[in-house]
Design a protein around this ligand. Sequence first.
Ligand code: BGC
Length: 457
Amino acid sequence: MSNRIIQRLDWIRQDFALTPDTYKALVEGFRAECVKGLNTASASGLATMIPSYVTRLPTGHETGTYLALDLGGSTLRVCAVKLLGNGQVHVTEVRRLITDELRKTNTTAFFDWIADCVEELCALLPNETRDTTASMAMGVSWSFPLDQIGICKGTILRMGKGFTLTGGIDGQDLATLFLQAFRRKGLRVVVTAIINDTIGALVAHAYSNPRARVGFIYGTGVNAAYPEKVSRIIKLNIAEWQDTATEMLINTEIDIFGNESYLPLTRFDRALDASHAQPGFQPYEKMMSGAYLGELARLVAVDLVNTQDLFNGHVPALLKTPWSFTTAHMSELEGYPQDERLVGRVSELLQFSAYQPSQADIHAMLEICVMISTRAATLAAAAIAAIIEQQTFEPDQDIVIGVNGTTFEMYPAMPERIHQALEQWFGETMAKRIRLEVARDGGSIGAALVAMLYQEE
Ligand code: BGC
């Protein structure tokens, strides 16, 4: 590598590095926003610290079959979840990818498409489950902000993740949209519980490990949930809840947290935000979640190409178009064996035509990925640290965090990097108590469990 590229990479690395002071400001900033969100009555527009109305967690002994629907940024899953009573479940599922066209369609057409999938699932169920005169209860996991005012009542806020449904979706009651779509298809299914996917991750993980106290989603998007003392949820009518529950799960919507005063934004973060369809929305998420890491890496690489420091000034096809280099590509690069095969693989992946990248080019590209993914891990750890600090734990109590999402599960060494950043913050002794455990299928299993917990209400 030439001295010049080494120096330029050093500068960029410094931009992306989080110093102990920046990290402290992040954790404190997140905590202050938690307190502010709990105290802010109105949840219109962009709401954070949203009460879920879920006040108990499963024990792992529950049984029965419940329907669940999990709408994420890229996939719709409709399931029948059979709780086996020993912390285990059996899932029958219909899964569909959400195309770009669907993300932009009319709201009614979108919900009709969902109802078609539910109809398909119902056809797979055994006759004794289907042939009942009663409606089947369904739990819904909604991976988008929702202003929730009851266990199955909430109005849709801005959707994010590339959804721009037409026909006025913002402000509509979610359960009603489902009910109307199911009625149009003649389906006897009724939504009895609505949760955010991060609440789902916590509830689902609690079914297999009742010590779980944080649910964390780290995939296309990011978010966290935890049980908060009812007495501190000022935005609730506390008097109404105090006699029935001591804790309620809170959907933090931490993705929306953050502002210039404590988020260490680089010029690349600002450029990404400016080119996004929703500038200013979800600033923290844009710095670290799976939807964005690839584009950040692309912006850095193109910057170095433009000054002739990388690839001798040649932009490979994959880096030409915004958003075409993805987090999955970065993940592949970082995970690929670091030997003589790497140059060939990277050239193929980035789609060079006339130029043959050098070893130095490939190492620089890899460095870019590492600095962005390492910052992402540290930012994830800052959110987890803040949510841990929001709670009180016994001195020897394990701190179990159920994590769901492809960035956590698939990106090379992501769990280790997050844990290391937590250790730097909390110290070795406390870090030993912090367990980052995979909460698989959090949304659907969590939604089924909440439908079960609240079936009679
Ligand atoms: C959404 C959250 C969701 C998170 C993880 C964010 O973009 O706003 O509601 O929980 O992604 O899926």
